[in-house]
Ligand binder design. Structure first.
Ligand SMILES: [Zn+2]
Length: 348
């Protein structure tokens, strides 16, 4: 339904743009003409327009990926062409200015779009969203994260992971692995989350940074995404352990057990408490990613290569490994107790 409605909006506009952003058309026209100003979260006076637009791309991609909706891919492709046109005449300096404003996982969805359409022009477009200021130090294995807005940066690294998978460019791999190690070991709290008041602090000093607004939930949503990429390249118990830690202690803990509402921050403040979004009046980024979080518990239980199956999480589940003719059933009440029963059968 949403794909159909977005297609109507796109047709009505006629340029490929889909935008529910106040003053969106005017902002994007200014950007196209090279008039760009931002202080981090505003772009020409609008609130994170490209971050919002990334969500539209991602929704269309997922509709295509998970439900084979060809129209979603067609709409996404037109939007991609519109974006390509908007930035085509911008110099590198103007792109640097544009990328100062939070733009979410734009580079990731464009890399995916290149694969889904077979059009490498979208991969080239994705690489224009390489944010030098943040990614170059990571490529040099320097931790310059202190003071930076945390969740603005994590999707840029998820994008680098995807770009490595597509291009084989080792720099993207090094960025991904260095960032993962640094955030997990130097910037994460005991529940696997990171950030205070949405920002990274000094490495290894989480003890001095406890408060009501620790651990924005989106950040763990994105760190789990990154962990899945790394695990696919070279599965390690360390990555599996981090995934479990953040999934159980942050993601599961961020949802109200009764009504399903979710937390923006999970407080680690002494005597602190959780605040959940209300049903109709309080929506944050973490409500959006929170809807995905709790529909994604089955995402990283099993991995496989040609010959081996990895059981990455202890979660009751049933796996049909069709190529191998094997059915695996996992029964557990973990973490209530440590018992896990795994039944393996040949499929009929
Ligand atoms: Zn958030």
């Amino acid at each position: 339904y949403i794909v159909e409605e977005l297609a109507l909006c796109q047709e009505a506009d006629g340029t490929g743009l889909i935008s529910g952003i106040p003053r969106g058309k005017a902002i994007f026209q200014e950007v196209k003409e090279g008039k760009i100003y931002s202080q981090g979260f505003d772009l020409n006076g609008g609130w994170v327009p490209l971050y919002t637009m990334h969500k539209v791309f991602a929704g269309l991609r997922d509709a295509y990926l998970h439900t084979d909706n060809e129209k979603a891919l067609a709409v996404e492709t037109k939007l991609g062409l519109w974006l390509e046109d908007m930035v085509k005449d911008l110099s590198e300096e103007q792109m640097d200015e544009l990328l100062k404003c939070e733009f979410g996982g734009m580079a990731e969805v464009l890399a995916d779009l290149a694969v889904h359409t077979g059009e490498m022009r979208f991969f080239a477009l994705s690489e224009r969203f390489y944010h030098k200021e943040v990614l170059d130090p990571l490529a040099d294995k320097k931790d310059a994260l202190a003071g930076k807005h945390a969740n603005t940066q994590i999707p840029k690294v998820v994008a680098a992971a995807r770009q490595y998978e597509i291009s084989g460019n080792e720099t993207y791999k090094e960025i991904s692995e260095y960032f993962w190690n640094t955030v997990v070991h130097e910037h994460s709290y005991v529940i696997g989350g990171n950030s205070l008041n949405e920002h990274f602090g000094e490495a290894g000093k989480q003890n001095d940074r406890l408060g009501e607004n620790t651990c924005e939930t989106c950040n763990s949503y994105n760190m789990l995404k990154l962990t899945k990429h790394l695990f696919r390249w070279k599965p390690t118990a360390e990555e599996g352990d981090y995934y479990e830690r953040a999934l159980y202690n942050h993601i599961l803990a961020s949802q109200h057990p009764g009504d399903g509402s979710v937390c923006y921050f999970v407080s680690l403040d002494m005597g602190g408490h959780k605040k959940y979004n209300s049903k109709f009046d309080s929506f944050t980024c973490c409500v959006g990613s929170g809807m995905e979080n709790h529909a994604s518990h089955g995402n990283a239980i099993y991995f496989h290569d040609e010959s081996k199956l990895y059981i990455n999480q202890y979660i009751s589940s049933r796996l049909e490994w069709k190529e191998m003719g094997v059915v695996v059933e996992q029964k557990t009440a973990y973490p209530k107790n440590g018992r896990i029963r795994i039944e393996i059968a040949a499929s009929a």
